[in-house]
Structure formats: structure tokens, C-alpha cells
Design a protein around this ligand. Structure first.
Ligand SMILES: Nc1ncnc2c1ncn2[C@@H]1O[C@H](COP(=O)(O)OP(=O)(O)OP(=O)(O)O)[C@@H](O)[C@H]1O
Ligand SMILES: [Mg+2]
Length: 349
């Protein structure tokens, strides 16, 4: 097994990498390019060697951010380690490239810069497709849960209420029944009540009606109350008074993040308390979920379940960030989401 692996490893290391290489002088003039550069950009050595990089082609390499950084590299003050650049090339279309540099020390006054260019176009397109798909799946799941919750609330829960009212009517005349039938009737009333509570709880967990109707702040308070009753963990909810209504995507995302964090706090942290904070300014909305538990070990974080990656994905879909800060005194999950509809998902549902 190990010999096979080392054999294939050595084969792989001898296979040339498909990377474009440019050697530039201190003025950023192309001294040499490799064959793959010419194949990748469909250009000839005559169109390339001896020209300044920002004059190559029809000026596609005249990318201010890239040129500025290359000047620093050529002066020996910096190196580029995976700069992502996009450019439109007439012959080959739009390319996403990853650029890395190394300074080649010369005998004499000049430094040469080696530019390594990897074509990331296909990989980026695949990443975008995966992001779009996962965004669509999350939205579909939210929509499905909302639909099931509404259905349960509007049909089964209403039917159970009607059943309860009819049973109450019968119970008023229960002295006409024998003792066994009377006991059975009482039991039916109790079971009916329990079913009714369970159906409403399931519907509310799937999708809290409050979230759509009166917004995130009330829905979070409602969830924190029912969470505290179920778990004995005391939760304080601090929502800035000027939060107002946010878009449905933002409200659903923050609600689901709070739900997952509180569930994690109950299952993993050992903390007797939890805090939910939500505040906003002009640009962004920031939520923080904090506990005073044992913290997340690096082992646990490395082998996460579905919860943490799921939160990250939801937040990324809206162009936001999720940070986790954890030590032996507790854990903070901090989410910031841009206001104004920025979306990393790229496509609609
Ligand atoms: N607040 C917390 N305090 C301590 N450990 C935590 C906390 N939150 C998460 N963890 C640790 O991080 C791990 C990953 O959490 P994550 O939510 O991704 O998965 P999970 O809760 O184990 O499973 P699920 O997929 O059902 O959410 C947990 O298994 C746990 O060990
Ligand atoms: Mg979890």
C-alpha cells in the first residue's frame, strides 16, 4: 500500500503542473514565458517577450491592483501569495487566475520576478455552482418547513381544537355515563389537549408563526422563553430597539443561527446561562450568541457535525461572516450580515 502510494506520488511530482510562468525584470518587462502561458492565453512569444506586463495583449494585464503589488515585489518589498485576479481576454473569454510571485536573486543590481499563474476559472465556476445549489437547498428547506408548519397549524391543530370543544360538550353531560365511560372520556380530553399542544409545538419549531408576523425580535424572545422552560438554562435576549423589520432571508438566517447555537449550548456547553444579542447600524446587522460553558475543543471543531457548517453556509449565502471565539470560559458565535441585499449566492431561488 505504502509503496504504491509513494510510486504514484513520485509520478505525480514528475508531471508538469499546468501553470503559466512569466519571468519579469524590475521594470516588469517580460523576459521569458513558458509554453503553458502561450497555450493558456493563445499568444505568441513575439507578442509577449520584451513587452511591459501592462502592455501585453490589449492591456488585459493592466490590472491596477496587480501592477501596484508587482512593483512592490520587484522592489523586493513584498511577495504575492495567491492574489485572485479576473480579466476578460478577447480570444479566450473571462478568466479567474491565481497569481503568486517569487523574486529570483540575480548576480548584479537587478532582481527578476517569477510570476506563477494558475487558471482558476473552472474551479471558481464549480464553487459558484455548489454555492448556488446549497443556497437553493436551504431556501427550499425553509419554504418546505414553513409550508408544513402552516398546514399543521391550519388543519390538524384546528381539527384538534374542534375535537376538544366537542369533548367538553359531552363532558358536561357525563353524569349520564357509567364510571368506565366517564373515565375514558376524561382520558380522551387529556389526550386531545396533549396532542393539540404537541402539534402546535412542532409547527412552531418548524417555523415560528411570529417570525413572519411580528419579526425577529419577538420570535427570538418567544424561542428563548420556550428554550429556558425546556432546558432550565436562563437566556437573556438583548435586541436593539431600532432593529425594525429585516428581509425574510436575514430574519430566517438569524433565527436559525440562534436556534442552532442555543441547541449546541444545551447539548455541549454545560453552561447554566446563555445570551442572545442583536444590533444594527447603517451597514450591517450583528448578532452574538454567548455562553459560559466549557468551550469548543479544537478537536470538536475539526470534526463538526452539520450544525456549524450549516450556519456558516447560511451566513455566507447572504454575504456575511461567522466567527467562533471559544476558550475554557465559554463560547461566542458572532455573525455579521451586510444590510442592503448583498448576496454571495449569486443566483436566485
Ligand atoms: N457552545 C458550545 N460549547 C461547547 N462545545 C460546543 C458548542 N457548540 C458546539 N460545540 C462542539 O462543536 C461540535 C460541532 O458542533 P455542530 O453544531 O457542528 O455539531 P453537533 O451539534 O455535534 O451536531 P449537529 O449536526 O446535530 O448540530 C459539537 O459536537 C461540540 O463538540
Ligand atoms: Mg449542533
Amino acid at each position: 500500500m505504502s509503496s504504491r502510494r509513494s510510486a504514484s506520488g513520485s509520478v505525480r511530482s514528475r508531471t508538469p503542473k499546468r501553470e503559466g510562468l512569466l519571468v519579469l525584470d524590475e521594470q516588469l518587462r517580460v523576459k521569458r514565458a513558458n509554453r503553458f502561458f502561450y497555450e493558456m492565453f493563445l499568444v505568441s512569444p513575439a507578442e509577449t517577450e520584451g513587452r511591459l506586463i501592462h502592455q501585453l495583449g490589449d492591456g488585459q494585464w493592466n490590472i491596477p491592483n496587480l501592477i501596484d503589488q508587482l512593483k512592490d515585489v520587484a522592489a523586493g518589498n513584498a511577495r504575492l501569495d495567491g492574489l485572485e485576479v479576473d480579466a476578460d481576454f478577447p480570444a479566450i473569454g473571462r478568466k479567474t487566475m491565481m497569481v503568486t510571485t517569487r523574486v529570483l536573486d540575480q548576480e548584479g543590481p537587478l532582481n527578476m520576478v517569477l510570476l506563477v499563474i494558475s487558471d482558476m476559472t473552472k474551479r471558481k465556476a464549480a464553487e459558484r455552482a455548489v454555492q448556488e445549489l446549497s443556497g437553493r437547498l436551504l431556501r427550499l428547506r425553509d419554504e418546505e418547513q414553513r409550508r408544513i408548519a402552516r398546514e399543521l397549524h391550519d388543519t390538524t391543530a384546528q381539527n384538534l381544537s374542534a375535537l376538544g370543544m366537542n369533548l367538553a360538550l359531552v363532558q358536561r353531560e357525563s353524569e349520564r355515563l357509567g364510571p368506565e365511560a366517564r373515565a375514558a372520556l376524561s382520558e380522551c380530553v387529556a389526550i386531545g389537549d396533549q396532542c393539540s399542544r404537541e402539534v402546535r409545538d412542532v409547527a412552531a419549531l418548524l417555523h415560528p408563526p411570529l417570525l413572519d408576523e411580528i419579526g425577529l425580535a419577538s420570535a427570538l424572545r418567544w424561542y428563548a422563553d420556550s428554550f429556558s422552560r425546556r432546558t432550565g438554562i436562563s437566556v437573556s435576549v438583548n435586541v436593539s430597539p431600532d432593529l425594525g423589520r429585516l428581509g425574510q432571508d436575514i430574519e430566517t438566517t438569524l433565527y436559525r443561527v440562534a436556534q442552532e447555537c442555543l441547541t449546541n449550548i444545551q447539548r455541549h456547553s454545560g453552561s447554566p446561562t446563555a445570551e442572545v444579542r442583536v444590533e444594527r447600524d447603517e451597514q450591517e446587522i450583528r448578532a452574538e450568541l454567548r455562553d459560559e460553558g466549557r468551550g469548543i475543543s479544537s478537536d470538536a471543531l475539526a470534526r463538526h457535525g452539520v450544525g456549524i457548517p450549516g450556519m456558516r453556509e447560511r451566513v455566507r449565502q447572504l454575504g456575511g461572516r461567522l466567527d467562533i471565539r471559544s476558550d475554557s470560559h465559554g463560547t461566542r458565535v458572532i455573525v455579521s450580515l451586510p444590510l442592503g441585499g448583498a448576496s454571495a449566492g449569486g443566483g436566485g431561488a
